[in-house]
Ligand binder design. Sequence first.
Ligand code: PLP
Length: 408
Amino acid sequence: MPSTALDIQAIRKDFPILQREINGNPLVYFDNAATSQTPQLVIDAITKYYSYYNANIHRGVHTLAQEATEAYEFARKKLQGHFNAEHTHEIIFTSGTTHSINIVTHGFRSVLKPGDEVLVSAMEHHSNIVPVQMLCDHTGAVLKVIPMDEEGDLILDTYRDLLNDKTRLVFFNHVSNALGTINPVKDMIQWAHDTGAAVLIDGAQAAPHMAVDLQALDVDFYTASAHKMCGPTGIGMLYGKEEWLRMLPPYQGGGEMISEVTFEKTTYADLPHKFEAGTPNICGGIAFGVAIRYLDAIGMQNILDYEDELLRYATKKLLEIPGMRIFGTSSEKAAVISFNIEGIHPYDLGTLLDKMGIAVRTGHHCAQPIMDFYQIPGTVRASFSFYNTNEEVDVLISGIERAIKMLL
Ligand SMILES: *Cc1c(COP(=O)(O)O)cnc(C)c1O
């Protein structure tokens, strides 16, 4: 049994928030796809930074500035190792996935020409769809959509038909935050490369749950958000292959990203600083590195195996509830379950569950096109992390049963 590989009760003690009570009930936190909780180790790293060596980085000669710079660059190195990027300078600190995607779409304004084609999948987060639309509006490139089927799988034959020598850029998520689908990214990247297109993968929902090997994937760009990986908000990562990052223009101008500035001409700093204008989220970067080390200590494969058990158990239990419909039934799924119960509005169910201490998300999950596809206003989404348990799933199930009695 893979679950014996993890001591969940010990792990739960690492997360102070899990001791909380909500409306008189122990917190059951099933909104991990929106943001994950923070272990004490990461909270301590944040406290230590501000109480012991807070300073601006890279420019200072004094001790604090050197310590802060070292810690920040050490975190970058941790990310490189964790994601197996070839070079440390291919890791750009950003404020999160949304920022990371915008760096790339902004950069491609100077690459794309009218008539070029850009593909985006039908199961994207708005943070992918909207910047790509803005890029196409700006350049006259044509946006095409990789469709999905009822199960929530991308239709790969159509994807291969859409790829052609005009395709310059392809965007899709590694794991869908609304459906849980794990896309077959390795093949999808390979096919895009065969036609000469570059690929950006939105890894916001995959990076917390599985090992990601950037060199094995051979992907051009990959994004992650620390706050979904036991780190703080306001910090994330853009990985880009060195040749792309050298070619793309900077996103923002300012301090840190320059080499030399005169009023005649400014030259840009080398990678990664070219894309990190201004004083960055220093503490966030350091804490992101600590969160990564925490996940690595638990082991990404252990996390994936354990969460898969949770997913199977919860899916089986939920399907025993009359009127239950699960959206996203791919055979390759991460621990995210979107569902509705016939005759009940997701918002009403979510509100009643909160009264019982159970945190789920309701709504369109920043993926309105998916809701349009199923012709529903939204879903209830329970999303799991490695610190959740089957007992908590049981609490959810009995909570839903109580709510149904009140609502139907
Ligand atoms: C959360 C999420 C995003 C957005 O991440 P931010 O941290 O809000 O920038 C994008 N895509 C997916 C798949 C997500 O789950």
